[in-house]
Design a protein around this ligand. Structure first.
Ligand code: URP
Ligand code: ZN
Ligand code: ZN
Length: 460
């Protein structure tokens, strides 16, 4: 099957130009002006941008968490991703204490095999680092193509590891050529504040926010950066929300250390005033919580300065019934919100169309940098001859409104209900197949495949 995309404006991380794109099989075979070739199908991209499919390196699909499972499985989650222009996601496998990494990987394979509509990969979250776990790191990198290892400095008693385990893991991951990523908040301080508020009878969603002040994130981000500097491991901070944490990344840069940073779309476009209501605030109970306007400004600046390389979602959806598990106690509200479908359009609308970032920066932070940092470039994350034909035909001017009535995520509410966005995903190609057209998914569950990733040793 060949597809010729004509008359579009190609946007990559470093160029914007008019050209046609020829797709043969799963990959891009030619790029040029007025290509005169016969293809099985022609797509007219007049007035549209042709961009690399988005890569969201932070999602939680069908994940056991806080006494329930995140509500998008691999089919609904990757369907929603495709509708929004994301053609690859990286999910997190969670080791359970006392069990092996292999055991956890098999559980995730069981829930994902044959169900994904877009391509996917896994980070391995190490929650119990010991001598047995150490031996498995090499196996994950060499045999499974899982080169990134996630750590939690919070969720005490469940997922959190201590600094001794962190240093042990960092040494081993460095030796095997991988990268350590982190949920960087101070679990002990959060635990203290949660207990304090609960004891005082303060149990509304607002107290979720108040139990994770900026200091919990800036302290842990700085500590993580220091340990990464000491061990020399490539380091990446997930879901960075605030100026204080960003300043820790800048501090690391001053000593010539590179700490990669990811923020998420919600931290750029939503703020903590959403917690100033009754239980409705549970829709935005996530960790870390939404922050202040000054933090949004800092994050946009960080993106433009190159200190923040990736905009992800931390998509971790729950139904309203699931959120109500915490009706009487904010600490029981499952943490996370649905966003996988909206990342690209929100970032385009709030970023490019409002003049905060350039078109090239949009592609860089929504696709290219994640592909580079996580070992998939140039197969993923760019438009080039030989790259996978993961492409988005995007109307930069179409205005539409986000709503639970029209989204494809498996939640009965939207965290962005009524949000007006300018910019819309029109057609999506996924490894050479038309995957989304006229608002309909055209590929079947199982088309999406697991992508083994390459070592990059933190150098992109
Ligand atoms: O609230 C969140 N972020 N839920 C998912 C788990 C995590 O911390 O990333
Ligand atoms: Zn997290
Ligand atoms: Zn997460």
């Amino acid at each position: 099957m060949s597809i010729l995309i004509q008359n579009g404006t190609i946007v990559t991380a470093d160029a914007v130009y008019q050209a046609d794109v020829l797709v043969e099989g799963e990959t891009i075979s030619a790029i040029g002006q007025n290509l005169s070739v016969q293809a099985d199908r022609t797509l007219d991209a007049s007035g549209l941008l042709v961009m690399p499919g988005g890569i969201d390196p932070h999602v939680h699909l069908d994940m056991p968490f806080m006494g329930t499972f995140s509500s998008d499985d691999y089919t609904s989650g990757t369907t929603a991703a495709l509708h929004g222009g994301t053609t690859m996601v990286i999910d997190f496998v969670l080791q359970t204490k006392g069990n092996s990494l292999r055991h956890a990987l098999e559980a995730w394979q069981g829930r994902s095999n044959g169900k994904a509509c877009c391509d996917y990969s896994f980070h391995m979250a190490v929650t119990d680092f010991n001598d047995e776990t150490r031996k498995e790191i090499r196996e994950m990198v060499e045999d499974e193509g899982i080169i990134s290892f996630k750590t939690f400095m919070a969720y005490k008693g469940a997922l959190m590891i201590d600094d001794r385990q962190m240093v042990g893991l960092m040494n081993e991951v460095k030796a095997q050529g991988g990268m350590v990523t982190v949920h960087a908040t101070n679990g002990d301080l959060i635990d203290f504040l949660v207990a304090k508020f609960r004891a005082e009878g303060k149990r509304a969603p607002l107290y979720h926010y108040l139990s994770q002040p900026e200091i919990t994130e800036s302290e842990a981000s700085g500590r993580f950066a220091d340990l990464a500097h000491y061990t020399g491991v490539p380091a990446y901070i997930v879901h960075m929300t605030c100026e204080g944490a960003l300043n820790q990344v800048r501090r690391a840069a001053h000593r010539n250390q590179k700490v990669y940073a990811e923020t998420c779309i919600q931290y750029l476009v939503l703020d903590a005033t959403l917690y100033e209501q009754d239980f409705d605030g549970a829709k935005w109970v996530m960790s870390p919580p939404l922050r202040e306007k000054k933090d949004q400004s800092a994050l946009w600046a960080g993106i433009n300065q190159g200190s923040v390389q990736v905009v992800a979602t931390d998509h971790c959806p729950f139904s309203w019934a699931q959120k109500q598990m915490g009706l009487e106690d904010f600490s029981k509200i499952p943490n996370g919100h649905p966003a996988i479908e909206h990342r690209m359009e929100l970032l385009f609308s709030e970023g490019v169309n409002k003049g905060r970032i350039s078109l090239n920066k949009f592609v860089e932070v929504s696709a290219t940098n994640a592909a580079k940092i996580f070992g998939m470039f140039p197969k993923k994350g760019t438009i080039a001859i030989g790259a996978d034909a993961d492409l988005v035909l995007f109307d930069p001017n179409e205005v539409h409104t986000l709503s639970a009535k029209t989204h494809h995520m498996n939640t009965d509410y939207s965290a962005y209900e009524g949000f007006e966005v300018k910019g819309k995903t029109k057609t999506v190609l996924m490894r050479g197949e038309v995957a989304i057209e006229d608002g309909v998914r055209k590929v079947s569950p199982g088309y999406g495949k697991f992508i083994k990733r390459n070592k990059v040793n933190g150098v992109i």
